[in-house]
Design a protein around this ligand. Structure first.
Ligand code: HEC
Length: 362
């Protein structure tokens, strides 16, 4: 246990790697550190604050060059604002458990070409190594222990606000603003925000009235990483950006949820499944999902939802990649003919899956 006697000015850092670090504010000296989410890559930190690595997570040393590592690259904690209770000395952490498959290609070896895959569907296939979820963690940085934790269904939620009245506010990916009892973690109140929340709420006084202000909705305010659509929103929380202000006796109706689009029948017949799965890899490797969304599900904004408008033919896709829509924001992408065929198969089959299932879960 850490040796922090009396008063000491410290810096508390909660990076992606899953550990809370407490450092001396004047010298940077490492004082203590402990994981706030499960970490399968390190058993702990040594006296200097360096990680004690676990062999199973060293993917480049595995026979197949692969390992599922948790926290993954999106972190235990990403950019969302933390909160701190200066009286009780509790840190509130918007945490995520989002394991990722790391893969070192045999050709490149260590520190070479590292492929990282997040696959939310593994969790639902019952493999606990892959389960993805979010948490609000109340953490005592002196004792380096958890005070309480509240679990969320999706991993990428909003930043945190702590108030002097003993409440902690956090917005959720599913589109609710929630208030917890800061001491116990009891869920005291919630209100629909009409859209997903990733920003941190803030509080202001105006004319003697206290407001809790938070932004919600697509892209501009909250869903920073469109490639993680299904981790940061549900279909009805993919709505346009809004700024909301809550007050105790507020009288404005809750904002409406997004309308869930009906997916029309695609303009081309289903294609070969193996070709489509090669296309799925290209879609991620070329960063198409960064604009068009995880599995082609857009979170709004300028980029087309490709389930609604899959390319009618490989020729059309070739023209798009060659720059036909560059003036509208679709970049020019160099691609082999085989790559274009595979991408076309992927996008057409994706649209068929969505059309037939009218799959609203992602
Ligand atoms: C920088 C963001 C960005 C990236 C990266 C990107 N796109 Fe696009 N894409 C767009 C935008 C914006 C449009 C919409 C153009 C418009 O409004 O007509 C678009 C349009 C398209 C269309 C045409 C849809 C239609 O309306 O017919 C296809 C197909 C497409 N993209 C496929 C891809 C593929 C495949 C990749 C990866 C190789 C990719 N895009 C990468 C932004 C992007």
């Amino acid at each position: 246990m850490p040796d922090v006697d009396g008063e000491r000015r410290v810096v508390i850092s909660v990076p992606k790697d899953g550990f809370v670090y407490v450092l001396d504010a004047d010298t940077g000296e490492f004082l203590s550190g402990r994981n706030y989410v499960p970490a399968n890559w390190a058993s702990g930190l040594d006296e200097a604050g360096r990680p004690i690595y676990l062999p199973d997570a060293r993917y480049w040393e595995q026979p197949d060059g692969r390992a599922v590592v948790s926290p993954g690259g999106m972190g235990g904690h990403n950019w969302e604002a933390l909160a701190f209770d200066p009286e009780k000395h509790v840190v509130f952490i918007p945490a995520a458990t989002m394991p990722a498959l790391y893969e070192a290609s045999a050709a490149d070896g260590l520190m070479g070409d590292i492929g990282v895959t997040f696959d939310g569907e593994y969790g639902s296939k019952g493999d606990p190594d892959w389960e993805a979820f979010g948490e609000l963690v109340a953490w005592d940085p002196v004792l380096q222990t958890e005070v309480w934790r509240a679990r969320h269904a999706l991993p990428m939620n909003g930043g945190v606000l702590h108030t002097a009245g003993g409440l902690v506010f956090q917005g959720l990916a599913e589109g609710y603003l929630v208030a917890y009892d800061a001491a116990t973690g009891e869920r005291l109140w919630e209100a629909p925000a009409g859209g997903t929340v990733r920003s941190a709420p803030s509080t202001v006084m105006a004319d003697g009235r206290q407001y809790i202000v938070v932004s919600s909705g697509n892209v501009a305010t909250s869903v920073g990483a469109t490639g993680f659509t299904s981790y940061s929103s549900v279909p009805r929380s993919r709505s346009r950006p809004r700024l909301l202000a809550f007050a105790l006796d507020g009288s404005v109706a809750a904002p409406p949820w997004a309308e869930i689009p009906h997916i029309p029948a695609p303009p081309a017949a289903r294609r070969d499944a193996a070709l489509a799965s090669a296309g799925a890899e290209i879609f991620v490797a070329y960063g198409c999902d960064g604009c068009h969304g995880h599995a082609g599900v857009s979170v709004g904004g300028a980029s087309t939802d490709l389930r609604l408008r899959p390319p009618a033919s490989a020729e059309y896709l070739r023209a798009v990649l060659d720059g036909a829509l560059v003036a509208r924001g679709m970049p020019t992408v160099e691609m082999t003919d085989d790559g274009v065929e595979a991408l076309h198969a992927y996008l057409v089959n994706l649209a068929w899956d969505a059309h037939e299932g009218q799959d609203t879960a992602h």
